[in-house]
Design a protein around this ligand. Structure first.
Ligand SMILES: C[S@@+](CC[C@H](N)C(=O)[O-])C[C@H]1O[C@@H](n2cnc3c(N)ncnc32)[C@H](O)[C@@H]1O
Length: 169
């Protein structure tokens, strides 16, 4: 189970490395891909952001072993904007919603790496990205990479729940 998780994280490692600096794993759940990334990139600060309190209590145990790891309890839409270099997310939400939640967290020049399924709609994600100062980049099957090309525009993030109820694309 853990080796499968690490393999998943490893698959996205080179895409994460396109962007230097701090990493936030949005909707970390049981800790993937954030914990394997913290192990593989010990020089990078990794934040596990998770909306469910019970899950953050489990994740906290890992901070004793990994000094570059911290855990934040909260929703993506309620965080300060433009403060991480990379946001990663796996199985967080439909890709257009995940993109809308992740992009505001990242500063200009940084990026978002989404682990996605084979049927994920790149054009919908590109459309969302274009509304939040993001640009879809070339990547590889199973992933979307979005570069943040400017500061988060006014009006984002939208209030908690709105992205799912009224997706941008
Ligand atoms: C299906 S789990 C995926 C967990 C992990 N990334 C994985 O791949 O196994 C999605 C997680 O995202 C969290 N989540 C959902 N919406 C969120 C939001 N707006 N902000 C932060 N976390 C959120 C949920 O509580 C849940 O733990």
């Amino acid at each position: 189970m853990m080796s499968l998780t690490c393999d998943d994280a490893l698959a996205g490692l080179e895409l994460v490395r396109r962007f230097g600096g701090s990493i936030v794993d949005v909707g970390s759940g049981g800790g993937t891909p954030g914990i394997p990334l913290a192990v593989l990139l010990p020089e990078r600060e990794v934040t596990l952001l998770e909306a469910e309190r019970r899950k953050t209590e489990f994740l906290e145990q890992w901070t004793e072993e990994l000094p570059n790891l911290r855990v934040v309890w909260g929703r993506a839409e309620s965080q300060a904007t433009d403060c991480y270099k990379v946001a990663v997310a796996k199985a967080l939400a439909q890709p257009p919603v995940a993109a809308e939640w992740c992009l505001p967290l990242v500063e200009e020049g940084g990026g978002v790496v989404l682990w996605v399924g084979p049927s994920a709609d790149a054009s919908a994600v590109a459309s969302v990205a274009g509304k939040i100062a993001g640009e879809l980049e070339e990547s590889m099957p199973g992933f979307f990479v979005i570069r943040k090309t400017g500061p988060t525009p006014p009006g984002f993030p939208r209030r908690p729940g709105v992205a799912k109820k009224r997706p941008l694309a």
